[in-house]
Design a protein around this ligand. Structure first.
Ligand SMILES: [Zn+2]
Length: 122
């Protein structure tokens, strides 16, 4: 039972708590957890925008384990990026939140009866 509202709720909560935890470790207190939660709630349904749930087999390449692996690899490279400006840091954070919320969507879909295809069709 992973509908759009469930995806948004879980992505917002997980992202907000993760950013809150990171800020607590660094002794910071900003609005980033709220902003991150909102961005995650917006981005998490991108897989269903790319492959709308119009039939039971809508989950193809953009819902696949292969694509999740590509996103994970890209996020790892992004995480290693040593930014030099505030704008680069903001861009890095936004992309990490967007990628993370995409992966949250796929993780939730993988827990359903139909799960995710290994590769899917393009
Ligand atoms: Zn989906």
């Amino acid at each position: 039972m992973s509908n759009a509202l469930a995806h948004r709720t879980v992505a917002a909560l997980v992202t907000g708590v993760a950013i809150l935890h990171t800020e607590a470790k660094e002794g910071k207190q900003t609005l980033a957890p709220v902003a991150g939660s909102i961005l995650a709630a917006i981005c998490t349904n991108l897989p269903d925008k790319l492959e709308p749930a119009i039939h039971p087999h809508h989950r193809q390449f953009f819902h696949s384990v292969a694509f999740a692996t590509l996103i994970g690899g890209g996020m790892y490279k992004l995480y290693q990026w040593e930014t030099e400006t505030e704008m680069e840091q903001l861009l890095k954070c936004c992309l990490l939140v967007a990628g993370g919320s995409y992966l949250i969507h796929l993780a939730m879909d993988s827990c359903t009866r139909r799960s995710l295809p290994l590769l899917g069709k393009l």
